[in-house]
Design a protein around this ligand. Structure first.
Ligand SMILES: Nc1ncnc2c1ncn2[C@@H]1O[C@H](COP(=O)(O)OP(=O)(O)OP(=O)(O)O)[C@@H](O)[C@H]1O
Length: 591
């Protein structure tokens, strides 16, 4: 059962913002050399921009005051060259930073994807796919500006502020102090806003995630929605989620906009204070016009980076939740993982033994109770029983998609926990009811069962399960492109392709959840023959829905309420007139 349903907000572990930031910026360290180059470029560009007011001061106080036109022209030419270099360097810096930040996003996405592939079924049980997608796509994207601005804004603006403050203090410390007097006001304002803003952005990201999950689920289930004419209801749910998404954004952005007002007010008041002091100083002492113009420019050069920094801080607060959500997944340990000292399962014969196995998906409900059985290599076991009895659970445990809480499962005498998961699953063929096919060619889909299979092996597998003929009737045969999930193929054809995919992997143990959907008689015969081909020579567990499969099974396990109630050959069980007999009579008496 999903603990994190589509419309519910996700739960996140709480982590310190500082830790998240440090971890995020650690990704940048891989690009140390480029960052040093970027910083070097920035030192030059910042120096050029700091020179400009000083050049103007010189132009006004020296050349214009002395009417020295030649000197003014030379100064103008020099300034022009300087600023052309400035523009070129800024372009180069932007290119380098765009490259680094995109490379970091790529790395994070790759790490996330690789990690998610290792996570256990329980992780996917508890999260709608749309929410996982939201983290890989949306949350990672949200980090782009934070990463690039962290170097391009944080460093040059910080250098600019320090340099401007030092120059202003040297030029006239009284004017400087007057201009900076409102700094504490700004710091207090920013602190006040950020403490409240972060939570609001967390809520907004969760609402985005809900919306994403809903859209994903809605699109995947569109056929069902349309067949049950449930469009109005889903639209209502969509509108509701959309409204929550919008409201949470407005709630957060309203507070965020305060960032700029706080800086603007502090900037304005600081400028007034500076001119107030300047006018008084001008009246009495040494401040001349050039100094005042330069000071006016410096004040802009001081507050502008402060505005940039607050903007960056604002971005950080807005998007840090994206990083928190990404690291939340990266820190999720797979429930099912190889223990330190596992061995590779050698080539098996296919004996399966359950030894007093008990299992529950969560603390509340016990699903399997003390189940024990032994299956010989090559035996076909049909699992039958009412819905929810625990049949799928038994087969999921054999492939170790979940770990048992009590007891042991042995394959050829090896406890499944003592062997590597890869070597275990490599010798199993698992066919669920959902014969999931990927977009790609038929050949590629079959090759999924064994990645190094030759074309001959693929064709042999397809022939063995009766898929070859229908494939050859298609326009491009094995090279026919399939649509997503195999749309465009009939249900029977999809089943046959899934059989071929399993066949090519030549598993020693086969797990087959037989599809219940009815198909036309001709395909049904092909499918039955396909199943028989698959079962031949391997230990098989079939969650059986076809009478023919049950009849051909060596033994039938009748499962109910997490226990094996009856066990024996189909004929023995019929003769016993127990639960199997009743199930049989209810399901198959008319066949
Ligand atoms: N991922 C899960 N998380 C929590 N509970 C689960 C999960 N999967 C199954 N269950 C519960 O475990 C019990 C056994 O389910 P299981 O799927 O094994 O039954 P089944 O016999 O295969 O049923 P069916 O024939 O309907 O597929 C059910 O009560 C089900 O609700």
């Amino acid at each position: 059962m999903s603990v994190n349903a589509t419309k519910e907000d996700e739960l996140l572990r709480s982590v310190k913002k500082r830790n998240t930031l440090m971890r995020l910026f650690r990704y940048l360290l891989t690009y140390k050399l480029v960052i040093v180059a970027v910083i070097f470029i920035m030192i030059i560009t910042v120096s050029i921009s700091i020179l400009n007011p000083l050049i103007i001061r010189r132009a006004v106080d020296v050349h214009i005051a002395k009417r020295d036109m030649n000197g003014l022209l030379i100064l103008g030419g020099f300034t022009l060259c300087l600023n052309i270099i400035f523009v070129l360097l800024v372009k180069l810096r932007m290119y380098l930073m765009a490259k680094i930040s995109n490379d970091v996003l790529l790395t994070i996405r790759q790490e996330l994807y690789t990690h998610i592939q290792k996570l256990s079924f329980s992780f996917f049980d508890s999260r709608p796919t749309g929410k996982i997608l939201a983290r890989i796509i949306g949350d990672v994207n949200s980090l782009k500006d934070v990463l690039s601005n962290s170097v391009t804004t944080l460093i040059p603006d910080f250098i600019t502020i320090c340099a401007v403050v030092v120059i202003m203090l040297i030029m006239n410390w009284k004017l400087a102090l007057a201009a900076l007097a409102t700094l504490p006001l700004m710091l207090f304002g920013l602190w006040y806003i950020q403490t409240r803003s972060h939570i609001r952005w967390q809520v907004h990201r969760k609402k985005s995630s809900n919306l994403n999950a809903f859209i994903h689920e809605d699109l995947s289930g569109m056929r069902i929605i349309q067949s049950f004419t449930a469009e109005d209801e889903t639209e209502e749910s969509f509108d509701h989620l959309l409204k929550e998404h919008r409201d949470s954004f407005i709630h957060a952005i309203v507070l965020n906009d305060g960032f700029f007002s706080v800086v603007d007010i502090s900037w304005g008041l600081g400028t007034i204070a500076m001119y107030y002091v300047a006018v008084k100083l001008l009246g009495i002492t040494d401040a001349n016009v050039g100094t005042l113009i330069a000071f006016g420019m410096f004040i802009g050069m001081f507050w502008h980076p402060i505005m940039n920094l607050s903007n960056f801080y604002n971005q950080l607060i807005t998007n840090i939740t994206g990083a928190e959500r990404i690291f939340d997944i990266l820190d999720t340990k797979p429930d099912i993982a190889d223990a330190g000292d596992v061995i590779d399962l050698p080539q098996i014969k296919g004996e399966v033994r359950f030894d007093h196995v008990s299992f529950a998906y969560d603390e509340d409900t016990q699903v399997l109770n003390d189940v024990s059985f032994k299956v010989k290599p090559g035996e076909t076991i049909a699992l039958v029983g009412p819905t929810g009895a625990g049949k799928t659970t038994i087969v999921n445990l054999i492939s170790r998609f979940y770990d048992v809480q009590e007891g042991h499962i042995y394959i050829d005498g090896y406890d499944v926990k003592d062997v590597s998961i890869e070597s275990l699953r490599n010798q199993m063929g698992i066919m669920t009811q959902d014969n999931f096919l990927f977009s790609g060619t038929i050949k590629e889909n079959i090759r999924y069962g064994k990645l190094d299979a030759t074309d001959e092996e693929i064709i042999a597998a397809a022939k063995a399960v009766n898929a070859h003929d229908f494939i050859m009737k298609m326009e491009k045969g094995y090279d026919t492109e399939l649509q997503e999930r195999g749309n465009g193929l009939s249900i029977g054809q999809r089943q046959l392709l899934a059989f071929a995919r399993t066949m090519v992997s030549m598993p020693k143990i086969l797990i087959l959840d037989e599809a219940t959907s009815s198909i036309d008689t001709h395909t049904e015969v092909l499918v039955q023959q396909g199943i028989e081909a698959l079962l031949k020579g391997r230990t098989s567990f079939v969650i059986a829905h076809r009478l023919s499969t049950i009849r051909k099974a060596d033994r039938v396990f009748v499962i109910d309420e997490g226990k094996i109630l009856e066990e024996g050959s189909p004929d023995e069980l019929l003769a016993k007139r127990g639960l199997y007999y009743h199930l049989y009579m209810a399901q198959f008496k008319n066949i």
